[in-house]
Ligand binder design. Structure first.
Ligand code: AMP
Length: 208
Protein backbone atom coordinates (compact mmCIF):
# COMPACT_ATOMS: atom_id res chain seq x y z
CA UNK A 1 0.00 0.00 0.00
CA UNK A 2 1.23 3.49 -0.88
CA UNK A 3 0.12 5.88 1.85
CA UNK A 4 0.51 9.60 2.55
CA UNK A 5 0.39 10.98 6.10
CA UNK A 6 -0.89 14.53 6.22
CA UNK A 7 -1.20 16.80 9.22
CA UNK A 8 0.13 19.90 10.95
CA UNK A 9 3.39 20.01 12.92
CA UNK A 10 2.85 18.41 16.33
CA UNK A 11 0.00 16.16 15.19
CA UNK A 12 2.12 13.05 15.83
CA UNK A 13 2.62 12.19 12.16
CA UNK A 14 6.20 10.97 12.53
CA UNK A 15 5.47 8.77 15.55
CA UNK A 16 2.37 7.22 14.00
CA UNK A 17 3.98 6.77 10.57
CA UNK A 18 6.83 4.87 12.19
CA UNK A 19 4.50 2.54 14.12
CA UNK A 20 2.26 1.87 11.14
CA UNK A 21 5.33 1.18 8.96
CA UNK A 22 6.50 -1.38 11.51
CA UNK A 23 3.05 -2.99 11.56
CA UNK A 24 2.78 -3.17 7.75
CA UNK A 25 6.48 -3.85 7.19
CA UNK A 26 6.97 -1.01 4.71
CA UNK A 27 9.48 1.90 4.78
CA UNK A 28 8.74 5.34 6.20
CA UNK A 29 9.90 8.10 3.89
CA UNK A 30 10.31 11.36 5.76
CA UNK A 31 11.51 14.26 3.61
CA UNK A 32 12.37 16.18 6.81
CA UNK A 33 14.73 13.35 7.89
CA UNK A 34 16.27 13.06 4.41
CA UNK A 35 16.88 16.84 4.29
CA UNK A 36 18.35 16.96 7.82
CA UNK A 37 20.75 14.14 6.90
CA UNK A 38 21.71 15.94 3.66
CA UNK A 39 22.47 19.11 5.65
CA UNK A 40 24.59 17.18 8.13
CA UNK A 41 26.52 15.51 5.32
CA UNK A 42 26.79 18.85 3.47
CA UNK A 43 25.62 17.36 0.17
CA UNK A 44 24.61 19.75 -2.68
CA UNK A 45 20.92 19.14 -1.76
CA UNK A 46 21.69 19.85 1.89
CA UNK A 47 23.42 23.11 1.01
CA UNK A 48 20.38 24.18 -1.07
CA UNK A 49 17.89 23.25 1.68
CA UNK A 50 19.62 24.65 4.76
CA UNK A 51 18.63 28.32 4.52
CA UNK A 52 14.94 27.44 3.96
CA UNK A 53 14.79 25.02 6.88
CA UNK A 54 16.59 27.48 9.18
CA UNK A 55 13.99 30.15 8.26
CA UNK A 56 11.02 27.76 8.89
CA UNK A 57 10.17 27.94 5.19
CA UNK A 58 9.40 25.11 2.80
CA UNK A 59 12.29 23.91 0.65
CA UNK A 60 11.56 24.59 -3.08
CA UNK A 61 9.26 22.00 -4.68
CA UNK A 62 11.76 20.85 -7.33
CA UNK A 63 14.34 19.94 -4.66
CA UNK A 64 12.00 17.71 -2.64
CA UNK A 65 10.26 16.24 -5.69
CA UNK A 66 13.63 14.97 -7.00
CA UNK A 67 14.47 13.48 -3.60
CA UNK A 68 11.17 11.59 -3.39
CA UNK A 69 11.24 10.41 -7.01
CA UNK A 70 14.70 8.93 -6.48
CA UNK A 71 13.76 7.35 -3.13
CA UNK A 72 10.55 5.71 -4.43
CA UNK A 73 12.50 4.03 -7.25
CA UNK A 74 14.49 1.99 -4.72
CA UNK A 75 13.79 -1.72 -4.19
CA UNK A 76 12.41 -1.45 -0.65
CA UNK A 77 9.55 0.78 -1.87
CA UNK A 78 8.15 -1.68 -4.37
CA UNK A 79 5.71 -3.24 -1.86
CA UNK A 80 4.47 0.05 -0.44
CA UNK A 81 5.59 2.92 1.79
CA UNK A 82 4.39 5.79 3.93
CA UNK A 83 5.22 9.33 2.84
CA UNK A 84 5.65 11.44 5.96
CA UNK A 85 6.01 15.18 5.29
CA UNK A 86 5.52 14.94 1.52
CA UNK A 87 3.67 16.31 -0.40
CA UNK A 88 3.51 19.68 1.37
CA UNK A 89 2.10 21.73 -1.55
CA UNK A 90 -0.39 21.12 -4.36
CA UNK A 91 2.39 21.27 -7.04
CA UNK A 92 4.26 18.55 -5.09
CA UNK A 93 1.09 16.40 -5.07
CA UNK A 94 0.60 16.94 -8.80
CA UNK A 95 4.23 15.96 -9.49
CA UNK A 96 3.88 12.87 -7.27
CA UNK A 97 0.86 11.73 -9.29
CA UNK A 98 3.06 11.58 -12.41
CA UNK A 99 5.38 8.92 -10.96
CA UNK A 100 3.41 7.09 -8.21
CA UNK A 101 -0.12 5.91 -7.39
CA UNK A 102 -1.45 6.45 -3.90
CA UNK A 103 -3.90 4.09 -2.14
CA UNK A 104 -4.75 6.25 0.86
CA UNK A 105 -4.13 9.63 2.46
CA UNK A 106 -4.38 9.68 6.26
CA UNK A 107 -5.04 13.13 7.69
CA UNK A 108 -4.35 13.65 11.40
CA UNK A 109 -6.78 16.38 12.32
CA UNK A 110 -5.85 18.47 15.39
CA UNK A 111 -6.99 21.99 16.39
CA UNK A 112 -4.32 24.72 16.47
CA UNK A 113 -4.82 25.40 20.21
CA UNK A 114 -4.06 21.76 21.02
CA UNK A 115 -0.93 21.83 18.84
CA UNK A 116 0.41 25.06 20.33
CA UNK A 117 -0.14 23.69 23.83
CA UNK A 118 1.45 20.33 22.98
CA UNK A 119 4.52 21.76 21.27
CA UNK A 120 5.22 24.80 23.40
CA UNK A 121 4.78 22.69 26.57
CA UNK A 122 7.22 20.03 25.37
CA UNK A 123 10.53 19.64 27.23
CA UNK A 124 13.26 17.29 26.11
CA UNK A 125 16.40 15.79 27.58
CA UNK A 126 19.28 16.10 25.13
CA UNK A 127 21.21 13.39 26.96
CA UNK A 128 18.76 10.46 26.94
CA UNK A 129 16.14 11.73 24.48
CA UNK A 130 13.17 11.52 26.92
CA UNK A 131 10.23 13.87 26.22
CA UNK A 132 7.87 15.40 28.80
CA UNK A 133 5.03 17.93 28.90
CA UNK A 134 5.26 20.77 31.44
CA UNK A 135 1.79 19.82 32.73
CA UNK A 136 3.25 16.54 33.98
CA UNK A 137 6.44 17.99 35.46
CA UNK A 138 5.01 19.97 38.44
CA UNK A 139 7.89 22.46 38.26
CA UNK A 140 10.57 19.75 37.95
CA UNK A 141 13.40 20.91 35.62
CA UNK A 142 15.48 17.71 35.52
CA UNK A 143 15.03 14.52 33.52
CA UNK A 144 14.64 11.16 35.27
CA UNK A 145 18.26 10.54 34.16
CA UNK A 146 19.30 13.60 36.23
CA UNK A 147 20.19 15.97 33.36
CA UNK A 148 18.54 19.34 32.56
CA UNK A 149 15.38 19.47 30.47
CA UNK A 150 15.26 22.07 27.69
CA UNK A 151 12.79 23.52 25.22
CA UNK A 152 13.85 22.91 21.59
CA UNK A 153 14.13 26.08 19.48
CA UNK A 154 11.48 24.82 17.06
CA UNK A 155 9.05 24.31 19.98
CA UNK A 156 9.20 27.98 21.03
CA UNK A 157 5.70 29.54 20.67
CA UNK A 158 6.71 32.01 17.92
CA UNK A 159 8.26 29.21 15.85
CA UNK A 160 5.27 26.93 16.41
CA UNK A 161 2.93 29.67 15.18
CA UNK A 162 5.00 30.35 12.07
CA UNK A 163 5.15 26.61 11.23
CA UNK A 164 1.36 26.43 11.63
CA UNK A 165 0.91 29.41 9.31
CA UNK A 166 3.01 27.67 6.65
CA UNK A 167 0.86 24.56 7.12
CA UNK A 168 -2.43 26.42 6.71
CA UNK A 169 -1.28 28.44 3.71
CA UNK A 170 0.62 25.81 1.76
CA UNK A 171 -0.21 22.30 2.96
CA UNK A 172 -3.84 22.39 4.17
CA UNK A 173 -5.12 22.81 0.54
CA UNK A 174 -3.99 19.21 0.03
CA UNK A 175 -6.85 18.04 2.24
CA UNK A 176 -9.33 19.25 -0.36
CA UNK A 177 -7.13 18.03 -3.22
CA UNK A 178 -7.11 14.44 -1.91
CA UNK A 179 -10.73 14.59 -0.76
CA UNK A 180 -11.62 15.34 -4.39
CA UNK A 181 -9.75 12.21 -5.45
CA UNK A 182 -11.65 10.08 -2.90
CA UNK A 183 -8.43 9.14 -1.07
CA UNK A 184 -8.76 11.12 2.17
CA UNK A 185 -9.26 9.42 5.56
CA UNK A 186 -9.59 11.87 8.45
CA UNK A 187 -8.43 10.68 11.88
CA UNK A 188 -9.08 12.56 15.11
CA UNK A 189 -5.54 13.47 16.19
CA UNK A 190 -6.63 14.89 19.55
CA UNK A 191 -7.01 11.30 20.87
CA UNK A 192 -4.28 9.49 22.78
CA UNK A 193 -1.34 7.91 20.91
CA UNK A 194 -2.78 4.35 21.20
CA UNK A 195 -6.27 5.38 20.06
CA UNK A 196 -4.85 7.23 17.04
CA UNK A 197 -2.72 4.20 16.13
CA UNK A 198 -5.71 1.84 16.33
CA UNK A 199 -7.93 4.19 14.30
CA UNK A 200 -5.32 4.45 11.53
CA UNK A 201 -4.70 0.71 11.43
CA UNK A 202 -8.39 -0.17 11.24
CA UNK A 203 -8.97 2.47 8.56
CA UNK A 204 -6.14 1.05 6.44
CA UNK A 205 -7.24 -2.54 7.01
CA UNK A 206 -10.74 -1.67 5.80
CA UNK A 207 -9.42 -0.47 2.42
CA UNK A 208 -6.73 -3.13 1.93
P1 AMP B 1 9.62 18.07 9.08
O1 AMP B 1 10.60 17.28 9.89
O2 AMP B 1 8.74 17.20 8.20
O3 AMP B 1 8.83 19.05 9.90
O4 AMP B 1 10.50 18.94 8.05
C1 AMP B 1 11.44 19.88 8.51
C2 AMP B 1 11.63 20.96 7.46
O5 AMP B 1 12.11 20.37 6.23
C3 AMP B 1 10.37 21.71 7.06
O6 AMP B 1 10.08 22.78 7.93
C4 AMP B 1 10.73 22.20 5.66
O7 AMP B 1 11.60 23.31 5.72
C5 AMP B 1 11.52 21.04 5.12
N1 AMP B 1 10.65 20.07 4.40
C6 AMP B 1 10.37 18.79 4.76
N2 AMP B 1 9.54 18.21 3.86
C7 AMP B 1 9.30 19.15 2.92
C8 AMP B 1 8.49 19.19 1.74
N3 AMP B 1 7.76 18.13 1.34
N4 AMP B 1 8.48 20.35 1.02
C9 AMP B 1 9.21 21.41 1.38
N5 AMP B 1 9.96 21.46 2.49
C10 AMP B 1 10.01 20.34 3.26
Amino acid sequence: MNIIFLGPPGAGKGTQAQRICDALNIPQISTGDILRRAIKEQTPTGLKAKSFIDADKLVPDEVVIDIVKERLAQDDCQNGYILDGFPRTVPQAEALATFANMDAVVELDVADEVLVNRLSGRRVCLTCGATYHVNMLNGETKCKCGKDLIQRDDDKPETVLSRLTVYHNQTAPLVEYYEGKGLLHKIDGAQGVEEIYNSILSTLEAIR
